[in-house]
Design a binder for this molecule. Structure first.
Ligand code: HT7
Ligand code: ZN
Length: 874
């Protein structure tokens, strides 16, 4: 298959105005009758109709009710002799497919004896022949017929207009979606499901039915998802004036799903991981994720569904914007400024540990890519998270109200259309003609076209005699594949100055547009300390030669909580990097330890914030700062730092645990979540300290906590403390956990993930992972289970994966090849685990290259995996 280029975009030669689909569901052989009303696109020259289709059996083609001539050409149904002129005509295509054999989980597939669809990006063509591209928008009427006992619930998009009985124990339902939509938003679900229901009246006085469908035993785990949905509906109306435009809004959960969830119009399909929660089975992190994913999919109803993408190169138009919206939603729900800051820090952590490496590696691509081989490979942290940062910068440049004005104009202009990232940026700028965004729009849009993380260097000069302080800000961006030279970006730099006592001197936004600019402030009595990039106002890598004294001052006094946290991260990062360069030896100094103690014991700071400050930068983030990466050494250094913090602050951790572990009746609100997180971190450190001292008390207490816990957060934190500290009590706790939760797939995922992600001790993790692959509960075909074991090892446990004997890489290549035959999308994600192989220290580097080459040499690789390994070796 050939590479697809953005520059080659052409509108379709035909439009499809309406679709009538009739499904006779059968796991082995489902019949699909597709009646389309088409017309030629008057603005395009006359040409043949080329409909996409994949793994379909074609039975019949009729044009205006008559048999028609056609050709089947490399995944296309081609019709050449169609009626001339611009009158609409009918095309009927009758096909069959085999949902039970569909292990790719794209198109129509079976999971736990129910039918589900996944059509984004190009799955609809696996259901029927179609112009399967997002700029072809049609109305859909869907008739579903199936065995009533096996599939009592039959769902599709829109409104249920008819249902009834058929002979031979079958029944039917007809759904009509009044909204035009692209094929990727089509959905169908059929199975034995039950729903939590909620009727609501929205601000405009309209009534709506909300439903969350799950398997019968799971109904008691749907309350949080329903609450999150109601909160999302209220938020979008309040913040952006965007109402729910459907009488019925459904969420359905499935345990076999390639991603998190899917925003099909009125019928969102979710991975169970982002729906099901009870205090006994889900952690605080799960609760927060459910809130944000439910929000995300709901917000797509406007940003994605009402206004969609012209082509898949514009994916960030909907994804970046919708991530921005879900981040804002979560912040607004968190409420207080400090809780908002915690959310912001968490989001930036994801960006820096996942997106920055992507932007520096072989898969680096612009937020609006120029080319792809397989679109599924471009559902990336760059499209999503960096895309959200671009939208956030726009909001910073036009202000919060200005941004709401821009959104309003965007919908006024484009409701019902399939548009581009340019259209979005233009609307935000046009609604704010006096803003810096409007003035700088062409330059700002380089963020969409240039890949790579810009480096923002700041250098200061202090002239004591005149009391003048100057700060020079310079930007650069390293080459990325296909982009050797970059033009300067527009970088909004939120900048504060503190005096030597930590008091605030100034705060303002500087918009950097040149390669280098100098800001000067005079009339100062002493040299100030700069707090640069407050709130992480741009997705850049900031380089400023902070001294420890400056960082300690910021940590103690900065009014910006993000930079306060950042100061602590820098203090820790400096020490980690120093130790890694210094042959792995680390000895934490008293000022650092005292600063950490000060934060831990601080009377005013929130527990959630303390937990973030006392969590050291991740191994991946440390690795990103280095040109040559020795993952085992990084792991050893970080572990040694944790161990020293555990020992030196032992009494403080004890205090922290005792003061925070009782959070009363379970509620997943920011305050109690923060307290549980800090108590959990304390337990981990207490178990680590016990490992050195041999003290049995805290491991014993931790085991007791594990047994007595009233919620999964506390239980799992205790289990994790025992496992990550390598304590012998971990084994019995793991057994007990498995026995207790063996029937709950999502909890078993945690059990697998914890073991595969545990710190390596003498190379013990890989044999354990191999052993767990033989466990009766392991099934590589289930994406959640594959992620919990194989990905947790290969992608999230660098210290254990990058073995000098190359066994980790051999295991990786075996799994990529095994998975590729089952589910190429999941395989390609796993293939990304070795993206950054070029920077690895020898012998890892050569061994990693060999493993990638081994995968690349395999004939019949999917496009998904081929694209990843080819780029990695390029
Ligand atoms: N828009 C959704 C994308 C998605 C997806 C893409 C490829 C293959 C499977 C998929 N499942 C969902 C998810 C979202 O961003 O909301
Ligand atoms: Zn999305």
């Amino acid at each position: 298959t050939a590479v697809i280029h953005r520059a080659d975009y052409r509108p379709p030669a035909f439009w499809i105005d309406s679709v009538e689909l009739c499904f006779d569901l059968d796991p082995q052989k489902t019949r699909v009758l597709n009646r389309m009303r088409l017309r030629r696109n008057p603005s395009m020259p006359a040409e043949a109709l080329r409909l996409h289709g994949e793994e379909l059996n074609l039975a019949r083609v009729l044009v205006n009710g008559q048999g028609a001539s056609f050709k089947l050409e490399d995944s296309h149904l081609v019709l050449e002799n169609l009626p001339e002129g611009h009158e609409p005509f009918d095309l009927e295509v009758f096909t069959t497919c085999a949902p039970a054999k569909n292990t790719k989980l794209m198109g129509l597939y079976v999971s736990n004896d129910s039918f589900f669809t996944q059509c984004e990006a190009e799955g609809f063509r696996r259901i029927t022949y179609f112009l399967d591209r997002p700029d072809v928008m049609a109305t859909y009427s869907v008739l579903i017929r199936a065995d009533k006992a096996k599939y009592p619930v039959l769902l599709s998009n829109g409104n249920l207009v008819e249902q009834g009985e058929l002979d031979a124990g079958r029944h039917y339902a007809r759904w009509v979606d009044p909204h035009r939509k692209p094929s990727y938003l089509f959905a169908l679900v059929a199975g034995s499901l039950v729903a939590r229901e909620q009727r609501i009246t929205t601000r405009g006085g309209k009534d709506h039915l909300l439903q969350v469908y799950v398997r019968p035993g799971d109904l008691d785990k749907t309350e949080h998802a329903m609450n999150s949905l109601m909160a999302s509906i209220a938020w979008d109306e309040a913040r952006f004036g965007l109402p729910l435009d459907l009488e019925r809004f459904m969420i359905v959960a499935t345990s076999d799903f390639n991603m998190g969830a899917m925003e099909n119009k009125g019928l969102n399909i979710f991975n169970t991981k982002y729906v099901l929660a009870s205090q006994a089975t889900a952690t605080d992190v799960d609760y927060a994720n459910i809130e944000s994913v439910v929000g995300h999919e709901y917000f797509h109803n406007w940003t994605g569904n009402r206004v969609t993408c012209r082509d898949w190169f514009q994916l960030s138009l909907k994804e970046g914007l919708t991530v921005f919206r879900d981040q804002e939603f979560s912040q607004d729900l968190a409420g207080e400024p400090s809780a908002r800051a915690v959310r912001r820090i968490e989001d930036v952590r994801v960006l820096r540990t996942a997106q920055f490496p992507e932007d520096a590696g072989p898969m680096a691509h612009p937020v609006r890519p120029d080319q792809y081989l397989e679109i599924n490979n471009f559902y990336t942290v760059t499209i999503y998270e960096k895309g959200a940062e671009l939208v956030r910068m726009m909001q910073t440049l036009v202000g919060r109200e200005g941004f709401a004005r821009g959104m309003k104009l965007y919908f006024e202009r484009h409701d019902g259309q399939a548009v581009t990232c340019d259209d979005f940026a233009q609307a935000i700028a046009d609604a704010n003609p006096d803003s810096p965004l409007a003035r700088l729009l062409p330059q700002f849009k380089r963020w969409y076209s240039q890949a790579g993380t810009p480096r923002l260097s700041a250098r200061s000069r202090w002239d004591a005699a005149s009391g003048t302080y100057s700060l020079t800000l310079s930007q650069s961006c390293a080459p990325t594949p296909g982009q050797p030279v970059k033009e300067p970006f527009v970088i909004p730099v939120q900048l504060g100055l503190l005096d030597a006592s930590g008091a605030a001197l100034s705060n303002g936004l500087h918009v950097l547009t040149q390669e280098s600019e100098t800001l000067t402030m005079s009339g100062l009595s002493s040299e100030p300390v700069p707090s640069i990039l407050r709130g992480f106002s741009a997705p850049v890598c900031l380089d400023y030669p902070y001294t420890d004294a400056q960082l300690l001052l910021l940590l103690a006094h900065d009014t910006d909580p993000f930079n306060r946290w950042e100061a602590a991260q820098r203090l820790a990062l400096h020490r980690a990097l120093q130790a890694v360069r210094d042959s792995g030896h680390v000895e934490l100094d008293a000022p650092f330890i005292e600063a950490m103690r000060g934060v831990l014991r601080h009377p005013q700071l929130d527990a959630a914030f303390k937990e973030l400050v006392l969590t050291l930068p991740s191994e991946t983030y440390i690795a990103e700062q280095l040109e040559v990466v020795d993952p085992q050494r990084i792991h050893a250094v970080r572990e040694a730092m944790r161990q020293q913090l555990a020992t030196a602050l032992r009494h403080d951790w004890e205090w922290a645990y005792e003061a925070h572990h009782d959070t009363g009746a379970y509620r997943p609100d920011p305050r109690s979540t923060g307290r549980r997180a800090l108590a959990g971190l304390a337990l981990t450190h207490l178990c680590l300290a016990a490992r050195l001292s041999g003290d049995p008390v805290w491991p014993g207490k931790t085991l007791q906590r594990f047994k007595d816990a009233a919620n999964m957060t506390d239980r799992f934190n205790a289990l994790s403390a025992l496992v990550t500290s390598g304590h012998p009590l971990a084994a019995q706790a793991l057994d007990r956990f498995h026995g207790q939760f063996k029937d709950d797939a999502l909890v078993l995922d945690k059990w697998f993930a914890l073991q595969a992600g545990a710190p390596d001790r003498g190379g013990n993790i890989l044999p354990l992972v191999k052993q767990l692959m033989q466990h009766p509960d392991f099934n590589i075909r289930n994406p959640n289970r594959a992620r919990s074991l194989v990905f947790s090892y290969c992608s999230a446990n660098p210290g254990a994966f990058h073995r000098t004997d190359a066994a980790g890489y051999v295991f990786w290549s075996d799994r990529v090849i095994e998975l590729d035959a089952i589910n190429p999308q999941v395989a390609a994600r796993l293939a990304r685990a070795l993206d950054r192989w070029r920077r690895l220290v020898e012998p890892c580097r050569s061994a990693a290259r060999e493993a990638i080459a081994r995968v690349a040499a395999k004939p019949d690789l999917s496009n998904d995996v081929r694209e990843v390994v080819t780029r990695a070796l390029a």
